[in-house]
Ligand binder design. Structure first.
Ligand code: DGY
Length: 319
């Protein structure tokens, strides 16, 4: 009998086909909408493997129902949707998708930084709304990226890839992390700063922090107050690391210049979200790793992890 894999989103047939010969694959029938909780709990009851996304809460309740589960393979590098203690308690290994999305997410981080600094979305809207009447010396004048100081908070693989891009723009690179990275510092001529020092010094503050109890709302009123009035805040990690009300106030009171956000505390957001009403915010719908090539790699890695565990081997990227 084939082992059952339950997948919480509809994935393209050309990918699924490769695995169907070996496994019984059941999928939620929609790509854009998360599986309802009751359907998930029903499906997981007889599944050997769960292929999940960041939209599902993987917790005690789920493991309690999923008595056959041998692995949970999560389509993301971040894993704040997973209660690892519960997984451990039930003896189920959990995997994520590191490395394969590093460069793509760094590209998006830099794109967001540039779009925010140079007001690209405002410029595009200006034409769309037929508001471009004349050229003017300071029309949509943004701020330079080159030769500015980028402060990266959370220096993992994506942070390093962002720093390499920043070096190409002749930026001064400073970073804060739980541990120092000597080789990286030499390779991109980066300097390690205390969090508070970085916040005060950086022209661009880039958050790549995972969401944990320690990082929850790390960027709050007091932190935004310490930033330069000209600072631009970029967040591509998790919305929960920011107090969004405090960010809104900091932007409105011009304590900081602008923000580029790919992630929000409670996703998905709608256009009535206060931050979206601000011209100095560039908001994206959590598309950091969303290139076709990378999403295919992430999906394949999820399957490789499942395949390894169901074949009695060690998962490739266990958390
Ligand atoms: C991740 O991998 O954690 C991203 O946020 C989702 O692609």
């Amino acid at each position: 009998m084939k082992s059952k894999i339950y997948i919480t989103r509809k994935l393209p047939d050309y990918i699924i086909k490769k695995y169907e010969e070996k496994y019984e694959i059941t999928m939620w029938n929609q790509a854009e909408t998360p599986v309802p909780r009751d359907v998930l709990l029903k499906e997981v009851a007889d599944a050997d493997a769960l292929f999940s996304t960041l939209s599902e809460e993987i917790n005690d309740e789920l493991f309690e129902v999923g008595k056959n589960l041998k692995v949970v393979s999560n389509l993301a590098v971040g894993f704040d949707n997973i209660d690892l203690k519960a997984a451990h308690k039930y003896g189920v290994p959990v995997t994520n998708t590191p490395d394969v999305l590093t460069e793509t997410t760094a590209d998006l981080t830099f794109a967001l930084l540039m779009a925010t600094a140079r007001r690209l979305i405002e410029g595009s809207k200006c034409i769309e709304e037929n508001k471009w009447e004349n050229w003017a010396p300071f029309m949509l004048a943004g701020t330079d990226v080159h030769h500015k100081t980028i402060g990266i908070v959370g220096m993992g693989r994506i942070g390093e890839a962002v720093a390499k891009r920043a070096k190409g723009f002749n930026m001064n690179i400073i970073y804060h992390n739980r541990s120092r990275k000597a080789d990286f510092e030499i390779a991109v001529e980066a300097d390690y700063y205390d969090f508070d020092e970085l916040i005060e010094e950086a022209d661009f503050v880039v958050s790549l922090l995972p969401l944990t109890n320690e990082t929850k709302e790390k960027f709050n009123k007091a932190v935004f107050k310490k930033m330069k009035n000209s600072a631009i805040f970029i967040n591509v990690s998790r919305g929960g690391v920011v107090n969004e009300g405090d960010l809104y106030n900091a932007l409105v009171s011009e304590e900081i210049r602008a923000a580029g956000l790919d992630v929000f505390a409670d996703e998905p957001i709608q256009n009535d979200h206060p931050l979206v009403s601000l011209d100095n915010v560039v908001a994206l719908p959590h598309i950091g790793s969303a290139s076709v090539e990378t999403r295919e790699k992430m999906i394949n890695l999820c399957f490789d992890n499942i395949d390894a565990v169901l074949s009695g081997k060690k998962p490739l990227t266990e958390i």
